[in-house]
Design a protein around this ligand. Structure first.
Ligand code: N01
Length: 546
């Protein structure tokens, strides 16, 4: 399906064939009658689920809630096998959707976008790809995802390492045999926490290089029985309504009391119950865990207590216990046997906050204190999050201004959907919207519906050039900052804040006001005739190219 030197003239160019890009394609093509070309860097559809195929990769949102909602037939015929789907099963789902709705015919794979340039005279976006593919469309939709630009830290001498070097977010498609090898894993975020317990039993030695310990709670994966699946299907309409109207897009009931509203014994019991069932939803055990230090301390202490129970060596348990930021201020993790993995004889934890990594040699990875002989090094170091994939290509808007220039101080958006000076360019579930702070599937579908409705409205009104005004953008950036300011999110060096990349502007990027409020705001803007957007007719046809 990969093509080179081809040109596509369409209504809408979509970048990225993950969940967002495919949903955008189906909606615009099949429901709104527009022509669409999706440009995808990978060799197949799937987005993050195409790239992140490391052992143990799976979703931590219930499979039923991490599914498209546009087709009752799709719901009927697809059967998730587990509560939290594995990466291979999610990829199978994406493939099924692509085939079921005949989406691949409008996707060009192997086409990594290099440039996108707004032509003000003709009101079109011109897009070029590294493989020579070009496309032209009146609209450009960036469906590139918040977690797709891979972060590869520089370690001196890494080029001399003669073993295998892997990254969780760019895992080979062919099987990787780690059996009997000495493996080092750098990074203990969600990816590290999934891959570490999964590979520990098969490798000879596992050395985990930890810079910042994570808070992790048990995932409680479970295979779904036929009866459970049937019950889930029956509850779908109600469940989806709940997701759409919840602040998080998760099917976890919001507790309507604060942590200190319960006395110590009641709180302990509540945490204990949540620990044994909630998974990712543990963060919602009380409604003030992300706004009150005192409340948060009770949850943080509870989790640290559990780490101490799960790890037999108290000194090791302490090393694995986070103390430098509040629980939830970085994206919380869920695990299956992560902490217990450190009770194994063949697993070593290296605290690289205390003794930083210094260099790699042909056969070792070294810290300030010691050298570790390794056959394989796995980077589980995450992403240049939120803005990385948007700033990788050169996107040039009005008056030759690039997105890199416009966003030099951090992402500026109106509703997270558009950025001033970049007419007819939309971002799906990116910075300035709730995106990573909730169930991203709910965010994606909300954006897809909203953008599609705007395009249809604009075309019908004869005003197909749309742009966020500078005032609306300024006001929205203030709203994003104001929503984050009272939260504990501000107290961790997280990727929400741009702290994962040296030199990246330190601004809180997602909208922390909750999905429900955000959806209402977007709907209100639309009802008020797309308040904050400037809309104008297309330039006269004599300016169109011959
Ligand atoms: O990446 P991360 P991830 N030297 O950024 C460390 C989603 N996801 O791929 O905290 C040494 O969270 C870094 O340390 P520190 C989910 O949204 C979901 O794990 O920067 N260490 C940290 O420990 C998740 O949040 C699922 O000090 C370095 C780790 O690497 C997001 O993807 C599964 C370093 C990076 O953690 C990203 O997760 C997997 C350096 N130079 C992922 N640079 C599920 O759905 C970074 N680190 C379950």
């Amino acid at each position: 399906m990969s093509s080179t030197q081809t040109h596509h003239d369409v209504d809408v160019v979509v970048v990225g064939a993950g969940f967002a890009g495919l949903a955008m394609l189906r909606e615009l093509r099949d429901e709104r009658g527009m022509s669409v070309r999706v440009l995808e860097a990978g060799d197949d559809v799937g987005g993050v689920w195409y790239w992140n195929r490391y052992p143990g990769a799976r979703c931590d949102v219930d499979s039923t809630d991490y599914s498209y909602t546009f087709s009752p037939e799709l719901d009927e015929e697809w059967n998730w096998s587990e509560r939290y789907a594995t990466q291979p099963e999610i990829l199978r789902y994406v493939h099924h959707v692509a085939e079921r709705f005949d989406l691949r015919r409008d996707v060009t794979t192997g086409a990594r976008v290099a440039t996108a340039t707004w032509d003000d005279d003709t009101a079109h976006w011109d897009v070029t790809c590294e493989d020579g593919t070009t496309a032209r469309g009146r609209y450009l939709v960036m469906a590139t995802g918040c977690l797709s630009a891979v972060k590869r830290p520089q370690v001196e001498g890494m080029e001399d390492f003669t073993g295998q070097v892997l990254h969780t977010a760019d895992w080979p498609r062919e099987p990787v045999d780690l059996a009997g090898k000495r493996v080092g894993v750098i990074g203990t975020g969600s990816s590290g926490i999934q891959v570490i317990p999964r590979i520990a039993p098969e490798v000879a030695e596992l050395v985990v290089f930890q810079r910042t310990p994570a808070f992790s709670v048990p995932a409680h994966h479970q295979v779904l029985s036929d009866a459970e699946r049937a019950a889930l299907k029956l509850s779908l309409p109600e469940r989806r309504e709940m997701l759409r109207n919840s602040p998080t897009g998760l099917s976890v009931p919001v507790t309507r009391r604060g942590a200190l509203d319960d006395d110590d014994a009641a709180r302990e019991q509540h945490y204990e119950e949540q620990w044994h069932s909630a998974g990712f939803g543990f963060l919602l055990a009380y409604n003030d865990l992300l706004i009150s230090h005192e409340a948060n301390r009770t949850a943080s202490d509870f989790i640290r207590g559990k780490i101490a129970e799960r790890v037999t060596d108290p000194a090791l348990a302490e090393k694995l216990s986070p103390h430098t930021y509040p629980y939830g201020a970085k994206r919380p993790c869920v695990d299956t046997g992560y902490y217990e993995t450190f009770n194994r004889e063949n697993v070593t934890l290296v605290d690289i906050a205390a003794a930083p990594l210094t260099r790699a040699t042909a056969t070792t990875l070294e810290t300030a204190d010691a050298a570790y002989d390794l056959d394989v090094i796995v980077f589980a170091t995450g992403f240049d999050a939120m803005t990385g994939s948007l700033l990788k290509p050169t996107i040039t808007g009005r008056d030759g201004v690039t997105l890199q220039e416009h966003w030099a101080g951090g992402p500026l958006t109106y509703l997270g959907l558009m950025t001033a000076g970049f007419p007819n360019m939309f971002v799906i579930a990116g910075p300035g919207s709730p995106s990573l702070l909730g169930n991203v599937m709910v965010s994606i579908e909300q954006h897809v519906d909203w953008v599609s409705a705007l395009l249809v409205d604009s075309e019908a009104a004869g005003t197909p050039v749309i742009e966020a005004t500078e005032e609306a953008e300024r006001a929205w950036v203030d709203r994003v900052n104001a929503a984050a300011a009272p939260t504990l999110y501000m107290e961790a060096a997280s990727y929400y804040l741009g702290a994962e990349i040296e030199g990246k502007p330190r601004v809180f990027m997602p909208y922390a006001g909750g999905l429900r409020r955000y959806r209402r705001e977007c709907d209100e803007v639309a009802r008020e005739g797309y308040r904050g957007f400037r809309r104008s007719p297309e330039p006269s046809t004599d300016l169109q190219p011959a």
